[in-house]
Ligand binder design. Structure first.
Ligand SMILES: [Zn+2]
Length: 71
């Protein structure tokens, strides 16, 4: 008996987006909400979800204002 590889039916449950900085592909859950913060697994850049359209998200680099992490 040949068993097929488990293929999830909800192939669309993930939105593909690219990191604006390093071009890494990001997997974004489809139920993500506007304003959520993601971090790039490749470069660690933090990205804010600016807009969500069917199957497409706009990401913008998160800029932290007025915070000083210096030591
Ligand atoms: Zn990146």
């Amino acid at each position: 008996m040949i068993k097929q590889a488990n293929q999830p039916e909800e192939m669309n449950a993930i939105i593909k987006a690219k990191c604006p900085d390093c071009d890494a592909e990001l997997d974004i859950p489809k139920d993500i909400e506007k304003g959520e913060i993601l971090s790039c697994p490749s470069c660690g850049l933090e990205l804010e979800v600016k807009q969500i359209q069917s199957g497409c998200v706009d990401l913008q680099e998160l800029t932290i204002e007025g915070e000083d992490w210096g030591e």
